[in-house]
Design a protein around this ligand. Structure first.
Ligand code: FES
Ligand SMILES: [Fe+2]
Length: 463
């Protein structure tokens, strides 16, 4: 039996428990290559200095060096399906009008008039238009960004049409997402994501999904601190006791891919190593909850002798999900049906594969307050076969006092988990600022995503 190491880099896995790969290898429907991939690397064990979570100087450097140079998820293609559709995406003081200028062309214009700077479209708006006309003096631009009209042009002999097209950010379109980057010298989106992670995302078919539910809430913590609350399963035992029994938390798998992508795989439907030997397979099944578990609400929940909770849940999910959504799951593995695959795409997006937790998270610092951020969760469901693509759900912005369980379309069990995740954050933000200790001490393995993420932050802010 392995003994935990006292010094050095540690074990890179939980002793005395099956690994994620061992759990998945026992499933009836085998997992695809990207689930079976393993890519952990030890990245050191130094503390992470904490001033990055509250120091306005650090935030300033992020605004100057990180946000204008990274690829960011601006909207989904389904937000702007028709020519002339636009969607305003803001990040801090920056604002872009993401517009479908032709059937297969999307541009992201800086959202500011070239006369005296007025925003051409208000933040948070979307719509359809043939031209962008400034509400102040009426200068206007065509859909493709070329200058259309300068009111009283005789007074602007110095305005040359060619140089007064709306400036653009770069656009990348992949998996139904529209990404933007303000830096003309940044690597291409493909290079930025890296070959291996691209192959993972390519395999998921996210372009065949639509936004079924979209919820947002302001969280009283720095955007990085908030993201980091979702990067490990280490907190499940203490923060989410109601799911800890049926969740492979301490034996989750952690991987890093290049500079901008990392992930964990957390298996569901198996007993946590913290609870090993104290619960039966039937207990595991009884305590099982999922993000989109409305499908299994009325399911038969008595196990047959020799049957595992995990296999039963996979079978039930497969059957009920196919019925509810009119899509076929032939060729989908049990792991994809059940498990939580959480990927960070630097700087501020989480992509989740899988069927039961088909989510996207996005985190943006508030423009004027780096100690707060806007957290958004999107649930993506498959577009039903042979039917038109449903409209994307509008964003529901919760008030700070509201629970995620109050959001329409949110599974209440999952809403409670998000409440638990976010309720810790105020205390963490305040504690970091109150502390005599100026660094975060991380677990070498289970918290590797946080270290990897902060390395990328450091790379951009130039430390
Ligand atoms: S500021 Fe836009 S037309 Fe004057
Ligand atoms: Fe959590």
């Amino acid at each position: 039996m392995n003994q935990p190491a006292k010094l050095g880099r540690g074990l890179d896995r939980c002793p005395n428990a099956p690994s994620t790969q061992e759990i998945i290898a026992r499933d009836k429907h085998p997992a695809p290559f990207w689930v079976r991939s393993e890519s952990y690397q030890f990245l050191g064990d130094e503390d992470i200095p904490t001033e990055r979570y509250y120091d306005p100087e650090f935030a300033k450097r992020e605004w100057e060096r990180l946000w204008p140079r990274t690829w960011q998820f601006a909207c989904r293609e389904e937000h702007i399906p028709e020519v002339g559709d636009y969607y305003v995406y803001d990040i801090g003081r920056f604002s872009f009008i993401v517009t479908r200028v032709a059937e297969d062309e999307i541009k992201a214009f800086y959202n500011a008039c070239l006369h005296r700077g007025t925003k051409l479209r208000a933040s948070g708006t979307e719509g359809n238009t043939r031209l962008f006309k400034c509400p102040f003096h009426g200068w206007s631009w065509n859909l493709d960004g070329s200058l259309r009209e300068v009111v009283c042009e005789w007074d602007f002999p110095h305005v040359r049409r060619e140089s007064f097209a709306l400036p653009e950010a770069r656009v990348a379109r992949r998996w139904g997402f529209v990404f933007i980057n303000m830096d003309p010298d940044a690597p291409s989106f493909e290079e930025y994501v890296g070959e291996e992670a691209l192959a993972h995302f390519d395999a998921w078919g996210m372009e065949q999904r639509y936004i079924h539910c979209h919820v947002a809430k302001v969280i009283p913590a720095n955007w990085k601190l908030t993201m980091e609350a979702f990067m490990e399963a280490y907190h499940v035992l203490e923060t989410h006791p109601q799911v800890a029994v049926s969740n492979a938390d301490a034996n989750s798998q952690y991987d890093i891919y290049g500079e901008h992508v990392n992930r964990f795989i957390s298996c569901l439907g198996v007993v946590s190593p913290h609870h090993a030997g104290r619960f039966t397979e039937q207990d595991v099944l009884d305590q099982f909850t999922l993000g989109d578990s409305s499908f299994v609400a009325d399911a038969e929940r008595k196990l047959r002798p020799g049957e595992t909770a995990r296999q039963r849940m996979a079978d039930l999910l497969r059957e009920q999900f196919e019925k509810a959504t009119g899509t076929s799951l032939a060729g989908v593995s049990d792991s994809e049906l059940l498990d939580c695959f959480s990927y960070t795409l630097f700087p501020n997006t989480f992509l989740f594969a899988g069927i039961s937790l088909p989510m996207v998270y996005r985190f943006r610092p508030l423009k004027d307050d780096h100690r707060k951020c806007l957290y958004e969760v999107f649930f993506l469901r498959p577009v039903p076969e042979g039917r038109p693509r449903p409209e994307p759900a509008p964003c529901q912005l919760l008030e700070p006092h509201q629970s995620f369980t109050e959001a329409q379309g949110m599974d209440p069990g999952f809403g409670a988990i998000l409440d638990q995740d976010t309720e810790n954050l105020r205390l963490e933000q305040e504690g970091i600022e109150a502390s005599a200790k100026r660094g975060l001490t991380l677990g070498n393995y289970q918290e590797i995503r946080i270290r990897h993420f902060e390395r990328a932050v450091d790379k951009y802010v130039g430390r």
